[in-house]
Ligand binder design. Structure first.
Ligand SMILES: CC(C)(COP(=O)(O)OP(=O)(O)OC[C@H]1O[C@@H](n2cnc3c(N)ncnc32)[C@H](O)[C@@H]1OP(=O)(O)O)[C@@H](O)C(=O)NCCC(=O)NCCS
Length: 178
């Protein structure tokens, strides 16, 4: 079997592969409903897979969001990164990094100005994410999670200075943010 890892925006033919991947990468958390809802939402989502031969080994989702500034939506195109999953047995081999980097490049080329993530700063800082206290997350976070709310600017000098991230329906679930 090929050991080459391919990154692509094609979904695996068998949707059970995605389910298996998330159950393996997140044994204590059920993210399958969120991922299925995101994948069903079409154009709003950039879904990237990592495959090794025929096998799905990683997946990352970037969701198109908005920023509400004083009850108006800014015309900046922004995205939310997550979830990201790599098979436990293949972690720490750069697969997650390639998925994220590839997504950031595509979003930059598409004119997105900023990407947000709620995740471990030790990991996401590798890609240039920094804590964001200017744009609030869609649901209030416990104070100890605030450093985990981060963003990365994709276009020079083109980011919104204040506001709230607005998210599509699959992300409108407070339990995903608490
Ligand atoms: C997080 C995840 C996607 C990273 O994928 P990966 O292919 O292992 O990542 P990479 O190989 O590109 O990078 C691995 C490096 O990041 C580090 N790393 C991975 N997760 C980390 C975390 N949460 N905090 C800090 N560092 C982390 C590893 O220790 C490794 O460091 P090294 O390069 O010094 O050895 C993967 O570990 C995973 O699926 N984890 C379980 C699910 C999860 O937590 N997803 C992220 C939240 S949505």
């Amino acid at each position: 079997m090929s050991t080459h890892i391919e990154i692509s925006d094609k979904l695996p033919e068998n949707s059970g592969d995605i389910e298996q991947l998330y159950r393996d990468a997140f044994p204590d958390e059920d993210l399958v409903p969120l991922v299925k809802n995101l994948l069903a939402s079409g154009d709003e989502v950039l879904s990237l897979t990592a495959t090794k031969g025929e096998n799905l080994v990683g997946h990352a989702v970037f969701t198109t969001c908005g920023i509400a500034v004083e009850n108006e939506t800014s015309d900046h195109r922004v995205a939310l990164l997550g979830p990201v999953a790599v098979l436990a047995a293949l972690q720490k081999q750069g697969i997650g990094g390639r998925l994220i980097q590839n997504g950031l490049e595509r979003l930059t080329a598409d004119g997105n100005t900023q990407v947000f993530v709620l995740g471990d700063p030790n990991y996401y800082s590798r890609f240039g994410f920094q804590e964001d206290r200017l744009i609030a997350p869609p649901y209030p976070l416990p104070e100890q999670w605030r450093p985990a709310w981060q963003s990365k600017n994709l276009q020079n000098d083109m980011h919104v200075q204040s506001g709230i991230l607005t998210v599509p329906v699959p992300w409108q679930d407070a339990s995903l943010w608490s």
